[in-house]
Design a protein around this ligand. Structure first.
Ligand code: HEC
Ligand code: HEC
Length: 212
């Protein structure tokens, strides 16, 4: 535990000072604005795991502030993705708040992308997610993403029960400098220490865990 604290200090986490906004939005208006989102994120917000392709993340049951931050980042170019950005740009600020509240209130749905992955790889993923690998300075995901990786407040999204293909893609994007909208580069610091096997393992194991 002491070691975790030291590492979090080193990562600047303890001094994290970000605006905490109480998200005001209307779920009913959000549902109407979300009509254009369903083609990919599905009517129930479950998204889709696309093996080898660009998976669509589950939005259902995710923290509303987290969703809103990501949408703003896409809209304003801090997070880049050619598929998603145009849709964030279609909505005005109130609509971004409304869709975020709407998706956050939908019940979480199960993920895929872990089926058929061998038990040894899943066990390696579980170790990384819950205990980390101190020899390589890989902090357990749960130390930031909360108990059982279900998320902690507005800044640490739930990653349990997210599609494996999406988690994998994000970790690789951080490694390659294609995603860098995380506060204080906390995720880059983790992703750059992971190898290909780590990434596949942790993504599959997290996908196999239920989101609450
Ligand atoms: C054509 C497919 C497509 C459509 C339509 C679409 N999205 Fe996305 N969305 C994506 C993809 C792909 C990603 C992952 C992007 C990445 O890898 O960075 C994504 C990511 C997101 C994220 C980030 C989730 C997270 O936890 O970080 C949010 C929020 C989101 N979309 C909301 C929306 C909303 C709201 C709409 C409708 C206004 C919408 N999307 C329409 C494909 C789509
Ligand atoms: C030191 C803290 C910290 C640790 C440890 C950490 N993360 Fe994160 N992670 C974050 C933060 C902060 C964000 C939110 C980034 C943002 O706001 O764009 C994030 C976001 C993510 C996302 C994107 C979620 C989404 O919906 O867009 C994924 C995937 C992720 N982390 C996976 C992992 C995995 C896997 C591990 C363990 C190997 C891990 N993280 C360990 C801080 C951490």
């Amino acid at each position: 535990m002491k070691k975790i604290k030291q590492l979090l200090w080193a990562a600047g986490l303890v001094s994290l000072t970000l605006p905490v906004w109480a998200l005001e939005g209307d779920a009913q208006r959000g549902q109407a604005a979300a009509a254009v989102c369903m083609a990919c994120h599905q009517a129930d917000g479950s998204g889709l795991n696309i093996p080898g392709g660009e998976s669509w993340p589950r939005l259902a049951g995710m923290n509303a502030e987290h969703l809103y931050k990501q949408l703003l980042d896409f809209q304003q170019g801090r997070r880049t993705n050619a598929t998603m950005a145009p849709f964030a740009q279609m909505l005005n600020d109130q609509q971004l708040r409304d869709v975020s509240v709407y998706y956050s209130q939908l019940p979480a749905t199960p993920a895929s992308g872990y089926q058929g992955v061998d038990a040894e790889l899943l066990a390696h993923g579980e170790r990384l997610a819950t205990r980390g690998d101190w020899d390589r300075y890989i902090v357990p995901c749960a130390s930031c993403h909360g108990p059982d990786n279900q998320g902690a407040g507005a800044h640490f999204p739930g990653i349990a029960g997210q599609h494996a293909g999406y988690i994998e893609r994000q970790l690789r994007d951080w490694q390659q400098g294609q995603r860098d909208n995380d506060p204080q580069h906390l995720m880059l610091a983790i992703a750059e220490r992971m190898d290909d096997r780590d990434i596949r393992a942790v993504s599959a194991w997290l996908a196999s865990q239920p989101a609450q």
